[in-house]
Write a protein that binds this ligand. Structure first.
Ligand code: SAM
Length: 291
């Protein structure tokens, strides 16, 4: 079954907002890097990935990384290239189809699964990455508890979220909305008991609430470069708040939105012809205690 807002947008997502989310991949993998070789004592037997034949080829010395809410699979592929054995899941089947079809996705196991309630055994992976996934679920605490269950004691989870503060892309979208009157449907925040602050302290506190220890958090800053039409493909696919406004707009308003975008992009374009945005994301990680 398709998964609401993420259904059938994998291609444009990968070209646009997926390229934005991919900017934090090196920081997430760096955060989890040590777990790769701490995975277990050298003389312990290697576990196969869940669901793979026990005699499948294994890379000696590498741990298993689970990519939660993998989307189009960019982090999963980068993790495999960094030496992890990777399994990944997403609730949206068309995202998983796209990830599986990547030419560089060989050897990675991609599943359709929805958290909480993922179909993996307790303590079966050495590290978990959740790149801009926890900010898209209704019950972040239940999801993190489920991911903690799958993580082996001593293993580390790293998660990223977008901060709630003005961003260069947010300013562009707000100006387009103000000029054209395009409005997204009313956005509802999570109920107070489920929500968390989108700051370093907020994400770190969420991980601590969910039983993670040795929690650390930091800001990842980067310059994001993207082609004008690639970014707009994400808007037309209905992704993010500006995409919700696009979906709700009539044809005339949509034409005005594109015109307002085209009027602003030259001032945002660098010498390489790409749009440039100074962005930041919140990255936090924590370990599952050794009980
Ligand atoms: C912003 S995208 C991030 C995708 C990917 N991690 C990346 O960095 O590009 C959020 C993804 O989370 C998935 N997702 C949302 N809620 C989910 C849930 N409860 N369980 C699994 N995946 C979920 C969506 O289908 C979507 O692919």
């Amino acid at each position: 079954m398709a998964f609401a807002e993420w259904a059938d947008i994998a291609g444009p997502y990968d070209r646009s907002f997926g390229a934005l989310c991919a900017q934090t991949i090196p920081a997430v993998l760096e955060e989890l890097g040590a777990a790769r070789f701490e995975a277990r004592p050298a003389d312990a037997p290697q576990r196969p990935l869940a669901g793979t034949p026990a005699d499948a080829p294994q890379r000696a010395g590498s741990g298993v990384l689970l990519d939660a809410g993998t989307g189009t699979g960019a982090l999963a592929v980068a993790a495999a290239q960094a030496g992890w054995r990777v399994q990944a899941f997403d609730a949206e089947p068309s995202m998983v189809d796209f990830a599986r079809a990547r030419t560089d996705a060989g050897g990675i196991r991609f599943d359709v699964a929805r958290m909480p309630g993922v179909p993996y055994p307790d303590a079966s992976v050495d590290a978990v990455a959740a790149n801009f996934a926890i900010n898209h679920v209704d019950h972040p605490r239940d999801c993190l508890a489920d991911l903690r269950r799958v993580l082996r004691p001593g293993g580390r989870l790293a998660a990223t979220v977008w901060p709630w503060e003005p961003t260069p892309t947010g300013r562009l979208w707000r100006e387009i909305q103000e000029e054209t009157g395009a409005r997204p449907p009313e956005q509802s925040r999570l109920p107070a008991g489920s929500d968390f602050e989108r700051t370093e302290d907020g994400l770190a506190g969420l991980l601590a609430d969910c039983g993670f220890i040795e929690v650390r958090a930091r800001r990842v800053r980067f310059t994001w470069r993207i082609d004008v039409d690639d970014l707009w493909s994400g808007v037309e696919a209905g992704i993010a708040v500006i995409g919700y406004a696009w979906r709700a707009a009539d044809e005339t308003t949509r034409e005005r939105m594109r015109a307002a975008y085209d009027a602003r992009t030259p001032a945002l374009t660098g010498e390489d012809g790409l749009l440039q945005f100074e962005m930041s994301a919140v990255l936090a990680s924590g370990a599952r205690p050794v009980e």
